[in-house]
Ligand binder design. Structure first.
Ligand SMILES: *[C@@H]1O[C@H](CO)[C@@H](O)[C@H](O)[C@H]1NC(C)=O
Length: 445
C-alpha cells in the first residue's frame, strides 16, 4: 500500500535530466502520455492532446503549476518519504497505565476520527496532501481532498495513482477521494459535520488552538448480562441517558426508583446529604422546561419532575421513560438531574444510539461479554473521550487523559501527554558543516 507515490515518483525522477518540455522537439509527440492506454482516463476527463499539462506527464508538477523540475521531483519524493515515515508510525498503540484502583485496567486507546478533509494550496500541490494523507491513513481514516483550483490535474493524477494502489490491494479507491473546486467547496467541507477533521493549509489563514471541555450528555448502557447492583448509578447526576436491554429494563427502573428514594436531598453542608440545591432560579426553570419538553415528546415521568416545596432552589431527582432514542430533548444537554431511560434490543443499535448525539464526553457499558467489551473500545464502539466498562461514567483518574470528542471539544486535560497542548513547538535546523544538503535530496545544478 505504501508504494503508492513510487509510481508517480519514478515517472518523474527518471526524467529529471530531460529538458523541460517547452524545449522539447516535436518527436516527443509520439510518446504522448495521453495516447498510452493506461492513461486513457486523461482523455475521458476531456483533456485535449495539445494541453501542455498532459503532454507526457513526466513532470506534471512543473507543467501545471510552474515549479522548476527538481523541486517538482523533490515534492513527490517528499510524499514517498512521509509514506515511509508513516509506515514506521503505523503500529499506533496507546499506553496501558497502572490504575490507582485495584482490579481496574486503564488503557489509552487510539481510534480513527473517520473522515479527514484535506484542503491544500497551490505552492505544494503534491507534498502537502502527502503529509496529511499518509498520516491520516495509518490512523485508519479515509480522506477527502480538495486541491487548489489551479492544480486540478495534479490532484486528479495523484488521486488516480493512490486509487490504483488501493484497488490493487483489494481496498476501495474511494478511501482517498477528491473533489475539485474553489472556496465554496472548501467552505462546504468546513461546515459539514461528516468531515470529522479538517486539515487546511493556507499561508494567510490564522488558526488558533483550543482546549475545550464542554457538555457531555453522558450515557450508560446495560446489557442483559450486566451486574445490576453496579448499574444503578451511585452518582446519578452525571449520567443523562440510560440504555437498558429490554430484558432487564423494568427491573432496573424499579431498583432505580428505590435507590433514588433513599438519596437524601438537603443542605449541602449536612454530611448525610447526597444531593444539594441548584445554584440559581434560572437553573430551576431550565429543569422545568426540560421536563415539559420531555412530556411533549412522549416521555413519561415516573419519578420526581417537580420543584420541591421548600425555600431554596431544590428540585427532585427525575426519571423519564418512554422517549425514543432520538427525541430531541435527550440529545440536548440539560444541567439538571434528569435521567432519560431507553429500551434497546441489540448491541449494534445501542452503540449507534450512544454515538448519535453531538456531545461525546463519557460513556459506560455494563456487560461480562469479552467480545462486546473490545468492540466497545474499538473504532466502531463508543466515540466518547471516556470509555468505561462496568464502572459508571463519572470519576476519572489523573493518569488518563480526560476530555471529550465531537462538540465536547476534543481537548484533553490531565493524563500522560496533555502537556503537549500547553507548549509551543519548535523544529530547529543548524548547519555546522561545510555543505548545504537540501531536504528530499534536491540538487540544484
Ligand atoms: C552552512 O552552509 C553553507 C552553504 O550554504 C556552508 O558554506 C557553510 O560552511 C555552512 N556552515 C556554517 C558553519 O556556516
Amino acid at each position: 500500500m505504501w508504494f503508492l507515490p513510487l509510481v508517480l515518483c519514478v515517472r518523474t525522477a527518471r526524467t529529471s535530466k530531460l529538458l523541460a518540455p517547452w524545449y522539447r522537439p516535436a518527436a516527443f509527440v509520439s510518446t504522448l502520455l495521453i495516447s498510452q492506454p493506461q492513461y486513457a482516463w486523461l482523455k475521458e476527463l476531456g483533456l485535449p492532446e495539445e494541453n501542455q499539462g498532459v503532454q507526457n506527464g513526466r513532470n506534471l508538477v512543473s507543467l501545471e503549476m510552474g515549479k522548476i523540475l527538481v523541486e517538482g521531483v523533490g515534492e513527490v519524493q517528499e510524499y514517498v518519504d512521509i509514506c515511509d515515515y508513516a509506515v514506521g508510525l503505523s503500529r499506533i498503540r496507546g499506553p496501558i497505565l497502572p490504575s490507582e484502583r485495584s482490579g481496574h485496567a486503564l488503557i489509552g486507546q487510539w481510534n480513527p476520527v473517520g473522515l479527514v478533509g484535506i484542503i491544500t494550496v497551490l505552492d505544494f500541490p503534491v507534498a502537502v496532501y502527502g503529509w496529511n494523507n499518509a498520516i491520516a491513513m495509518i490512523c485508519r481514516n479515509v480522506c477527502l481532498w480538495k486541491g487548489a483550483p489551479a492544480t486540478s490535474l495534479i490532484t486528479v493524477a495523484v488521486t488516480k495513482i493512490i486509487a490504483k494502489v488501493l484497488e490493487d490491494n483489494k481496498l476501495p479507491g474511494a478511501i482517498c477521494s477528491l473533489t475539485c473546486g474553489g472556496a465554496d467547496i472548501g467552505t462546504a467541507m468546513a461546515k459539514d459535520e461528516r468531515v470529522n477533521l479538517l486539515s487546511f493549509t493556507r499561508s494567510t489563514q490564522r488558526f488558533g488552538r483550543s482546549l475545550l471541555e464542554l457538555a457531555g450528555n453522558n450515557a450508560i448502557i446495560a446489557f442483559e448480562d450486566a451486574d445490576l447492583s453496579l448499574v444503578v448509578p451511585s452518582r446519578c447526576t452525571a449520567v443523562r441517558r440510560l440504555f437498558l436491554h429490554e430484558s432487564i429494563h423494568d427491573e432496573v427502573v424499579n431498583r432505580l426508583k428505590k435507590a433514588y428514594a433513599q438519596i437524601c436531598i438537603g443542605k449541602p453542608w449536612d454530611s448525610k446529604v447526597l444531593f444539594g440545591p441548584h445554584h440559581t432560579k434560572l437553573a430551576v426553570n431550565i429543569f422545568l422546561g426540560a421536563v415539559e419538553e420531555a412530556k411533549k415528546e412522549g416521555g413519561t415521568v415516573i419519578y420526581g419532575g417537580k420543584v420541591m416545596d421548600c425555600p431554596g432552589n431544590y428540585i427532585e431527582l427525575t426519571i423519564v421513560i418512554d422517549l425514543t432514542h432520538d427525541a430531541s430533548i435527550a440529545h440536548t444537554e440539560t444541567f439538571a438531574p434528569i435521567l432519560y431511560v431507553f429500551k434497546f434490543k441489540n448491541e449494534e443499535e445501542v452503540f449507534a444510539w450512544n454515538n448519535e448525539v453531538k456531545q461525546g464526553l463519557s460513556s459506560s457499558i455494563f456487560t461480562k461479554d469479552l467480545g462486546r467489551i473490545f468492540h466497545w473500545l474499538g473504532p466502531k464502539g463508543s466515540d466518547c473521550g471516556i470509555v468505561n466498562v462496568n464502572i459508571p461514567v463519572s470519576g476519572a483518574e489523573i493518569g488518563g487523559a480526560f476530555g471529550g470528542e465531537k462538540h465536547t471539544g476534543g481537548g484533553r486535560a490531565s493524563g500522560s501527554d496533555a502537556w503537549k497542548q500547553y507548549m509551543r513547538r519548535s523544529t530547529c535546523t543548524i548547519n555546522y558543516s561545510k555543505d548545504l544538503p537540501l531536504a528530499q535530496g534536491i540538487k540544484f545544478q
